[in-house]
Design a protein around this ligand. Structure first.
Ligand code: RAT
Ligand code: ZN
Length: 372
């Protein structure tokens, strides 16, 4: 076997802990999305369709029911054009993984296939096909649908870790008791927020992280509603000054920070921050960074600057089936970056070394930070 083949095999075999998704355990049936219509109405593809079809206004698109939206996306991005973007290529990978034709003229065959699946079997198949052993949800107690499930006393499938998302909860006037209440109820692996610029979170958040030994995840550089007509597809990006992150990490050495940035330009400064502060863990290639070329480049940079002490990717999947493509594609980029770094070593790595590194990067480091 060549070095590249050995590395690819080790990366494929390593169990994945997916640090950030928008998926829900089967105990949240109304929020658990899967199947071809959900795949095609993913907001990444909605943005691409509205770009490709300028005569379709966002208002007209969103007025259609889900099936009609999916038909339009399919016709526009898969029939009239080739699925070359990462989001379209991903759908093709998923369909092919289930033995469906990614070049079909319409969605009849795919819909019939998914209609016959039992949700329990489907979950097991997707986890097996994607190599994911555990994944973090995004849990927002201010969402009435989600909250109703928590209030009903349900316990999520243990492979679905909880992560308490603070984007909206943080607006609560008396935050500390709310945090205590939801940490007790959800038992989250970490607290998380997405922000435009870095600023110190409210004291109650840092206190809760410290008291409960939970990491605080910051997803930095999103500009919400740049084009509000596109709904969730309308957010943008900005490059951000990471100096406040250095301050935050330095002043709170007893709090661990999981950090991802949305702008490519922030990838390098984040590596520098992580070199100074061991309580900062760079993770994932987030959203607009979740492209094979950028994952490879980013993973190379992180390996060169940090060695194998970061989490190269998270899927951000919103539809269960996306785990298959997000991880198959990411694993190729990660394996390629690793192969290049091993190739620079004067003595070739042993299989045991490659396996150890792949397991750490795909799941081991996440496990250390989140607990098992
Ligand atoms: O990647 C996405 O799907 C985005 O819409 C966001 O959900 C982002 O990942 C976030 O967690 O805010
Ligand atoms: Zn997300």
């Amino acid at each position: 076997m060549t070095l590249a083949e050995r590395v690819a095999a080790a990366v494929d075999a390593a169990p994945i802990i997916d640090l950030h998704t928008h998926l829900f355990a089967p105990q949240f049936p109304a929020l658990n999305l899967w199947g071809v219509d959900e795949l095609l109405t993913y907001h990444y593809l909605v943005a691409e369709t509205l770009r490709a079809e300028p005569k379709v206004t966002p208002e007209a698109f969103f007025a259609l029911d889900k099936k009609a939206q999916a038909d339009l996306v399919w016709a526009s991005l898969f029939v009239r054009r080739s699925p070359l973007s990462e989001a379209t290529a991903g759908v093709a990978t998923v369909l092919a993984a289930f033995g469906l034709d990614p070049a079909a003229p319409d969605l009849r065959e795919a819909r019939a296939f998914f209609a016959e699946r039992r949700v329990e079997d489907h979950l097991e198949d997707v986890l097996r096909l994607s190599g994911v052993s555990a994944l973090a949800m995004t849990n927002d107690p201010t969402d009435p649908v989600e909250r109703a499930v928590w209030d009903s006393g349900a316990t999520p499938d243990p492979r679905f870790y909880t992560a308490l998302r603070l984007d909206r909860l943080i607006l609560t006037e008396d935050l500390a008791p709310e945090l205590e209440r939801w940490i007790a109820r959800m038992r989250p692996r970490y607290l998380a927020i997405s922000v435009n610029e870095v600023s110190a979170p409210p004291r109650a958040v840092l206190d809760a992280c410290r008291d409960h030994g939970l990491p605080f995840a910051m997803m930095i550089g999103v500009r919400r509603a740049v084009n509000p007509r596109l709904g969730v597809a309308g957010d943008g990006v900005s490059t951000v000054d990471l100096t406040p992150l250095e301050r935050l990490a330095g002043e709170n050495p007893d709090v661990r920070f999981l950090v991802t940035t949305l702008a490519r330009e922030n990838t390098h400064p984040l590596c520098v921050v992580a070199r100074k502060f061991a309580n900062v863990l760079p993770f994932g290639c987030w959203w607009f960074m979740n492209n094979p070329s950028l994952i490879e480049e980013t993973t190379m940079m992180r390996l060169e600057m940090l060695g194998p002490t970061f989490v190269p990717q998270h899927s951000d999947a919103r539809v269960l089936d996306q785990l298959i493509y997000k991880w198959r594609h990411a694993r190729r980029s990660i394996a390629s970056a690793l192969t290049r770094r091993y190739g620079a070593m004067p003595v070739p790595p042993t299989d045991a070394q490659i396996e150890r590194d792949a397991r750490a990067l795909l799941g081991g480091i996440a496990k250390e930070w989140l607990g098992s």
